[in-house]
Design a protein around this ligand. Structure first.
Ligand code: CTP
Ligand code: ZN
Length: 155
C-alpha cells in the first residue's frame, strides 16, 4: 500500500503525457531523448528519486500538450525499461502505451567510434541493433552498454 504522506505532489495535467516509473535518475536523459530542453514553452514537471512501491525510488515526467508516438516510447524503453506512458486528455488517462524494446534504433544515437562511417563528413544516418546488453552499431560493430543517454544525437 502506498503511503499518501509520501506521495509526490505534482499537479495533474489537463492534456499531454505522463511518463511514470522511470528508473531513478534517468528523467533528464528521457527528456533529452525526446528532444525537450524547455525552449518549447510547454509545461514540463520533473519528479526525481521520489518514493515508489515497485521501484524503491523512481522518476516521473509530465509533459503538457504533447502526446508521445509509439516510436518515441520504444526508444525511451532503452533508458527506462520499467516506464509506463500515460496519454492524458481533459484530465483523464485515455491510453497507457506499452514500453517495448525496439529491434533497431535509427538516427537517434551517435556511435562512440570516431572512425565509424556515421561520424564522417558524408552524412550516413546512424543505426544500432538492440542486443541483450546494449546497442550495437550496424556499421562498425561498436557496442554501447551503459550510459546510452550520453550518446543521444542532438535533435
Ligand atoms: N496523471 C496526471 N494527470 C492526470 C491524470 C493522471 O498527472 N490528469 C498521472 C497520475 O498522477 C499518475 C499517472 O498519470 O502518475 C497515471 O495515472 P493513473 O493511471 O490514474 O494512475 P495509476 O493507476 O496509479 O497508474 P499505474 O497503474 O500505471 O501505476
Ligand atoms: Zn559505428
Amino acid at each position: 500500500m502506498s503511503d499518501p504522506e509520501r506521495e509526490l505532489r505534482v499537479s495533474k495535467i489537463r492534456n499531454g503525457t505522463v511518463i511514470d516509473h522511470i528508473s531513478g535518475g534517468q528523467a533528464l536523459n528521457v527528456l533529452a531523448i525526446l528532444g525537450i530542453d524547455g525552449s518549447e514553452g510547454v509545461g514540463v514537471s520533473i519528479g526525481m528519486n521520489v518514493p515508489s512501491d515497485k521501484l524503491g525510488t523512481k522518476d516521473v515526467l509530465k509533459v503538457e500538450d504533447r502526446e508521445l508516438s509509439q516510436g518515441e516510447v520504444d526508444v525511451l524503453s532503452l533508458l527506462a525499461p520499467e516506464a509506463t506512458v500515460n496519454i492524458v486528455r481533459e484530465f483523464e488517462v485515455v491510453e497507457k502505451k506499452r514500453v517495448e524494446r525496439p529491434e533497431r534504433v535509427v538516427g537517434l544515437l551517435t556511435c562512440p567510434n570516431h572512425n565509424c562511417i556515421t561520424n564522417q563528413d558524408e552524412p550516413v544516418e546512424s543505426a544500432f541493433e538492440v542486443v541483450d546488453d546494449g546497442v550495437r552499431c550496424e556499421f562498425c560493430g561498436e557496442i554501447v552498454r551503459e550510459d546510452i543517454g550520453d550518446h543521444l544525437a542532438v535533435h
